[in-house]
Design a protein around this ligand. Sequence first.
Ligand code: FAD
Ligand code: PYC
Length: 416
Amino acid sequence: MSRYSIFSLVRNALSYNQDWSEAWRSPEPQPTYDVVIIGGGGHGLATAYYLAKEHGINNVAVLEKGWLGGGNTGRNTTIIRSNYLWDESAHLYEKSLKLYEGLSRDINYNIMLSQRGVLNLAHTLGDMRELSRRVNAIRLNGIDSEILTPAEVKAMVPLLNISPEARYPVLGASLQRRGGVARHDAVAWGLARAADGLGVDIIQNCEVTGIKREGGRVTGVETNRGDIAAPKIGICVAGHSSQLAAMAGLRLPIESHPLQALVSEPLKPVLDCVVMSNQVHVYVSQSDRGELVMGAGIDRYVGYSQRGGLAVLSETIAAALELFPVFSRVRLLRHWAGTVDTCPDASPIVAKMPVDGLYLNGGWGTGGFKATPGSGWVFAHTIAQDRPHALNAPFSLERFSTGTLVDEHGAAAVAH
Ligand code: FAD
Ligand code: PYC
């Protein structure tokens, strides 16, 4: 640390940070906006940013009932990848990964993208066949993906137990080298600062309690801080999509479930890639603070609890120990949950709604962090042009009546 930064740190500490300039303004809500975005997570902030940047629409408000990133954006395990099976998803998630690759520079904020590689382990011949099919499909879409032998896996992850005697022996793995992690808070804060810089009003502690309609189209929202008029409203409230849609008289094919994660006490660096196993049912990475970050599937019951049950927690830890017996000596530091909105085909809805002027970006389930910039980019296009971009056209609400589902349960991997 330079002498200047130490002095500046001490000065700011002694002044109780009073002289720090705010990263974004905290304006009072205006009576009218061109677009209101509900939800100040990554998706809402990215949508507002790209509305202003790509479409010149900056009379925009992002309304957040709590604090920015306090929902799933700040609760997720930060895994980023684009190794999806079907063309529709592969194109959308790859767009997002490409945007992530340039995001720090684009918004002038270090999101700490670490493309350390994401491994998906295979433990049976069936797993191996499935991984090969996926890797081939992913590569046909021009996305990096490869198969590793057990020895290659061991070379990447020395602590992994690949003994043939293991209950779930490792027969190989798929690897996306461009996959990895990014700092979730930084993604939210960087996008907020960039959107604010382009004139977007970011309003925290502002809960939307109603959606106003007249003659089949939206006219604005009711909030705990008064009514706000807007001809276009975008809903980006992962975990609460059904509640917000119901305010406009819509019923969505979405279920909300708790999804848990946990971290260990900090360790020295021992794991420099992301390891996922659908079969043993756990994923593990190590954060820049040294904590082992782990998670698995959703709690099976529906609900809005941000805690989750003991069964999933203990199964997750047991699964981690199957793969990494040495972690039995590590202590649990904390665990938490978020509320995820899941669609029947494990793909999102990013679309115009049957009410004019209303748009929904939701149902990302357990895997929307990786989609944050891509989702915001296509959603901004959809709102600005009042029609979907080719990348999000397949992710309509109508697919649940036409049957053109995009089944990505396999790519959602461990978490579904
Ligand atoms: P959020 O960040 O949840 O933002 C929605 C916001 O809307 C919230 O801040 C909420 O307060 C606000 N809101 C709700 N109702 C209202 C209202 N009435 N008025 C105003 N505001 C409202 N994805 C990955 O890609 N990789 C991962 O590794 C990963 N791990 C995960 C691990 C866990 C434990 C969890 C819970 C999720 C994980 N996800 C992961 C999924 C990912 O976190 C989400 O899909 C993504 O962050 C959703 O972003 P968002 O901006 O849509 O939602
Ligand atoms: O989508 O990669 C993912 C993921 C990992 C953990 C939760 N979601």
